[in-house]
Write a protein that binds this ligand. Sequence first.
Ligand code: SAM
Length: 267
Amino acid sequence: THFGFETIDESLKESKVKGVFSSVASSYDRMNDLMSLGIHRLWKDHFVRELDPGSPSVSGSLHSGSEEKGWNILDIAGGTGDIAFRMLDHATTINSDHKTRVTVADINPDMLAEGKRRALETPYARSERLSFMEANAEKLPTIPSNSVDLYTVAFGIRNFTDKQQALHEAFRVLKPGGVFACLEFSNVNNPVFNYVYKRWSFGAIPLIGQIVAGDRDSYQYLVESIEKFPSQPEFRDMIKTAGFMVPGQGWEDLSGGIAAIHKGVKP
Ligand code: SAM
């Protein structure tokens, strides 16, 4: 790797990822703010606004009948609930939809515990619209096939051991017409900006992790996992391989490609 740090053995990856997120769970948002200069909040707002949860249809493609019952949303790697709370807020305030519900699934019980704690500060804590589930995205046996209207995964998929398997599982659980939507760090297009960005991420982020969270290694891992994640077109092709129809070029770059949104529709 760039700075001579050890590469993570794939077989150890799942337990390593668990450890990383256990140790960052409580400082997670503060670190995200510092690392992205607060921009992750804007990306998440944009991601949710575009998906327009609770609206009568997504580009006319949502499963018919969903509008009366609200949407059944699965937020994978949902961790601290950031995306889930935004989606419920959006459905309620923008679309006057009080039925849409979100299941937050995450492999890490510490992240889920942090999400449940935060849910207490929202109107959804004791409502049927929000539930939490410990699960590995690669295998979701408790979720029936063709049952989900919208599958979201934000800053999660790059941590999965078998990303293609997770995409196949997403395809299985979605209804025909259901939407897969992923927000993830990606590749910066402009070479000069990329140079500056790489200097920032490999130099500053592990250092900030050390100073703020007392945990350099976890943040070093996060930076390396961004570096290893497939490029925008490569990831788009993986989504297609799982069986999804991909609208347009298949992705939208955010902040020059620091992050990207990929979408797929189950035919
Ligand atoms: N979606 C949240 C957000 O945007 O703030 C949390 C993102 S956090 C960077 C990544 C999450 O992915 C962690 O909570 C981690 O536990 C979870 N995760 C990692 N591997 C997973 C897997 N195989 N299945 C489900 N969740 C996983």
